[in-house]
Write a protein that binds this ligand. Structure first.
Ligand code: GAP
Length: 434
């Protein structure tokens, strides 16, 4: 069995409180997942790391947060009403439903073995919803299928107020919804997910330069997230794969147990979106170039990543099963900056003042990092629990602590332990976490 099989990871996620099936007590809802206490911590750290890398650390990128519900004309202008389709086929015998481009229609249905397909038909992936109290008379709009349009329709507002000059970016992080025909592989393809998107506005003609720039930046971001670089690659799209709005696109891909798959798309969207909103809204979407004294419609290079896919990638990449002293050890070798708990603190025994010292250490660590106090069970079991949760460091308070003020600091990956002064715990953690 592949050690990194997704089933092992799903089961660890449930066991340790990373991810639960949505509405589990009612039998669950297909392909929707809830983040538990450890999951939400780790997801937040991934989002914070993206926000810092793409927005806060750059002078020429600003952030925003648009509403999920938008004027329905947005989606006509963006091309999603007419183009955001997947081809769908049904097996007439067992009613299984597939994306027509994911099955060989010359072969029988893999579920029932019969070959009796419907004609492929186009299926729009947007979730429709009605605004207003009476469903029939309400105005129809959609749950946004990408966060990008919230940025495009606010281009004039943001540029005008932030006084950014080309080239500059507007970034946004938030939920998107797609009524996917086929879902699966745990968090990889779901109907509700989060995106981290950057629309980088540039002078038309500089598209290639900025596409190259963002491809490199974004690939590096995944490496800095601690993901094995050998399992990451950039793949250019073939012409027939391109979305309706883009003329060139690269995917950052990861080699999952189920094959190389997309984590993020970096696309040359040209002036498509601002042109369309210009036309559909009747409001000029322009930029006054102080160098040429001309009004132009900027071109756009987009970086669009999925939070949940980045999260799944971190888990898959970090998951290890090892043999330690004839016992199986499951360990998540997560990068310390995204681990839900940075340091666990264990009093060796529940008496002699050790728990009180440990609690005080937890409080100190919490001024900078996340910490967890655990006094239940043997020390070996406590280490194993934290190994599975991906906690990179463990501090153990023992009787020597009461004599000389030292503790042991254990490294999750090497399992090496060093004795350090209680006063140095924070600085030691700091020096180990980049
Ligand atoms: N604005 C461009 C855009 O939305 P996309 O390639 O359709 O481009 C970008 O989506 C990213 O969003 C993907 O690379 C993936 O990480 C994430 N994503 C898209 N559909 C998803 C789904 N059904 N479930 C989870 N993540 C998804």
């Amino acid at each position: 069995m592949d050690l990194k099989s997704i089933e092992n990871i799903v089961s660890l996620c449930k066991r340790r409180g990373f991810i639960f099936q949505s509405s589990e007590i009612y039998g669950g809802l297909g392909s929707t997942w809830d983040y538990g206490p450890y999951g939400v911590e780790m997801k937040q750290k991934i989002k914070d790391f993206w926000w810092h890398d793409v927005v806060t650390s750059r002078e020429n990128v600003v952030g925003m947060d648009a509403a999920i519900l938008m004027h329905p004309k947005t989606w006509e202008a963006s091309g999603h009403v007419s183009n955001f389709h997947d081809p769908l086929v049904d097996c007439k015998n067992c009613k299984a439903r597939y994306r027509a481009d994911h099955v060989d229609l010359n072969k029988p249905c893999e579920r029932c073995g019969k070959k009796d397909w419907t004609e492929p038909r186009q299926f729009n992936l947007m979730f429709k919803t009605a605004i207003g109290p009476v469903e029939d008379s309400g105005e129809i709009t959609y749950l946004r299928p990408e966060t990008a349009q919230g940025i495009f329709v606010n281009f004039m507002n943001v540029q005008g107020t932030s006084r950014q000059k080309l080239p500059f970016g507007i970034a946004q992080l938030g939920k998107a919804f797609r009524n996917e025909i086929t879902t699966g592989n745990f968090l990889f393809r779901t109907r509700e997910f989060e995106q981290m998107e950057l629309e980088f506005f540039i002078h038309p003609g500089e598209n290639e330069k900025w596409l190259d720039y963002w491809c490199e930046e974004r690939l590096n971001w995944f490496k800095k997230l601690g993901i094995n670089p050998e399992k990451l690659r950039l793949r250019p799209h073939d012409k027939d794969e391109l979305a309706h709005y883009s003329t060139a696109c690269f995917d950052v891909e990861y080699e999952f147990p189920f094959g190389w798959s997309e984590l993020e798309g970096i696309a040359d969207r040209g002036t498509f979106d601002l042109d369309q909103h210009n036309e559909y809204s009747g409001k000029k979407q322009q930029y006054f170039d102080p160098q040429t004294n001309e009004r132009i419609i900027p071109a756009v290079v987009e970086s669009s990543a999925g939070v949940d896919r980045a999260f799944l990638t971190c888990l898959v990449d970090a998951y290890c099963e090892e043999e330690v002293r004839d016992e199986k050890r499951i360990v998540l070798k997560l990068d310390p900056k995204i681990a839900p708990v940075t340091c666990a603190v264990f009093p060796l025994v529940k008496k002699d003042g050790l728990p009180e010292i440990a609690q005080k250490i937890v409080e100190d660590i919490r001024t900078k990092y996340s910490a967890y106090f655990d006094q239940g069970g043997s020390i070996g079991r406590r280490y194993r629990r934290q190994d599975e949760a991906g906690t990179p460091y463990g501090v153990t308070v023992d009787h020597q602590t009461t004599e000389d003020g030292t503790v042991t600091l254990r490294d999750r990956d090497t399992m090496d332990q060093v004795r350090i002064s209680t006063d140095n715990i924070l600085s030691e953690l700091q020096s180990r976490i980049q």
